[in-house]
Ligand binder design. Structure first.
Ligand code: FAD
Length: 387
């Protein structure tokens, strides 16, 4: 019996017990690492320390990943025809799916990948950070459902990079895109080697950190009404499209964990209902990384200032204007609601807005300081308890 390995903690356990049961019953099992571009065991085997197993540190993992030989993209497996009777698989419409999305078939996913590499990938290095900028690859859904393999994407990137006449900008972008796929593999190997339970922070000393379970502004966060334009645009994009830009994910997730002090698991689960991609291991790994409770040795709360992020990555407010109609009339919509120094209060007037935009639900600086104080107290208490 053969299957491709899934990496979410619950399914990993099921797969491992199934494999044991089948092998004990004398049935051969071929469980294949088909989702990552480089299998967890391959990078683990490259470890020079005697710790064995997977990597907890992202930088060390990425360095090891980059030295791995590329696995071949094509291989043929022949299966015996099953003698078991089976009901027909449900059709897409029986599952309630109507849209013929671009990732719906292998052919469409490959065409989308080729089209991206043919031109837009040139600007990927900046696309990752600028929510209203050039497009990112938008391959997460296809990768998550397996209509394209990470190895196939990587092979296509490598083929493109062999063109000697590429612009330097494109070469840099292709390197950054490779690194994105390596980060995906990093989180998959984390789940494979360390993901004991979907809800347990990989950093054991943070397991009892008292994240809040609720906040008066939790539903405002979900609905994109926090009064912080970049956070709100991100959440509205997610609800409207089933996808959120990577930079916006970082800012919106940080806001939930640190400005509202709410448990990262609540954010992860809230997004799970809206994100089209279905990759529990990647969602958990990324949320833990933001919350500062993941396996990475360099773990600390990643607190992002939503207004500074707006200034840096959406300076003209194109992203905010796109998703928040109430702010379209403001000259600097990303900074709406920011405390002002008295020189330009008229800019805050909703002169052109059709609907009122909410006031900020928290004072970011104070919330961040409060969180860091609680974090320092907790870590201090833990250190004292261990002494
Ligand atoms: C809080 C948070 C939650 C996230 N949840 C998910 C999730 O549930 N599922 C998911 O696939 N990604 C998740 N990501 C990672 C990343 O934001 C998305 O993979 C990316 O936005 C998908 O869009 P894209 O395909 O255009 O990405 P691109 O930027 O074009 O990247 C290409 C591919 O690289 C991979 N990749 C890039 N960055 C990451 C990363 N940080 N972690 C893992 N893979 C990465 C993805 O497979 C992506 O499709 C999350 C990030 C954060 C900060």
């Amino acid at each position: 019996m053969a299957w491709t390995i899934a990496y979410d903690a619950g399914t990993l356990d099921v797969q491992r017990s199934l494999q044991t049961a089948l092998e004990e019953a004398g049935i051969g099992v071929l469980a294949v690492h088909d989702a990552p571009a480089v299998a967890p065991e391959e990078t683990a085997a490259a470890r020079t320390t005697d710790e064995g197993g997977g990597y907890r540190a992202r930088a060390a993992y990425l360095a090891a990943w980059a030295t791995q030989p590329r696995s071949p993209v094509t291989a043929t497996l022949r299966f015996a025809a099953p003698a078991l009777e089976s009901e027909a698989l449900p059709t897409a419409s029986e599952l309630g799916s109507a849209a013929a999305a671009t990732y719906a078939s292998e052919g469409q996913a490959r065409a989308a990948c080729a089209a991206y590499l043919a031109a837009p990938a040139l600007q990927y290095a900046s696309a990752r950070d600028v929510p209203a900028g050039p497009p990112t690859a938008r391959l997460s859904v296809a990768l998550s459902f397996g209509t394209i393999a990470a190895r196939t994407v990587l092979a296509a990137i490598d083929a493109r990079a062999r063109d000697r006449f590429l612009l330097a900008e494109e070469r840099v972008s292709l390197d950054v895109l490779r690194r994105s796929l390596a980060e995906r593999d990093f989180f998959l190997q984390l789940a494979w080697f360390f993901g004991a339970a979907p809800d347990a922070p990989l950093q054991t000393r943070m397991r009892s950190f008292p994240f809040g379970r609720d906040h008066p502004a939790l539903s405002a966060w979900r609905e994109g009404r926090t009064g912080f334009p970049l956070v709100d645009a991100a959440m509205r994009q997610l609800r409207a499209t089933g996808w959120m830009h990577p930079r916006a994910r970082i800012v919106a997730a940080s806001f939930l964990c640190f400005d509202l002090g709410v448990d990262w698991r609540i954010g992860r689960d809230a997004w799970e209902g809206d994100l089209e991609e279905d990759d529990a291991a990647l969602a958990t790994g990324n949320w833990q990384w933001i919350a500062g409770v993941g396996a990475d040795l360099a773990q600390f709360p990643r607190i992002y200032n939503p207004r500074k992020q707006a200034r840096a990555y959406d300076p003209a407010g194109r992203y905010v204007r796109r998703w928040i109609p109430e702010l379209r009339g403001l000259p600097v919509p990303g900074l709406a609601g920011a405390p002002r120094d008295g020189r330009d209060p008229q800019l805050a007037l909703p002169l052109f807005a059709t609907e009122p935009y909410p006031q900020p639900v928290v004072d970011h600086e104070r919330a961040a300081r409060d969180f860091l104080r609680r974090y320092a107290e907790f870590r201090g208490a833990r250190v004292r308890a261990l002494q």
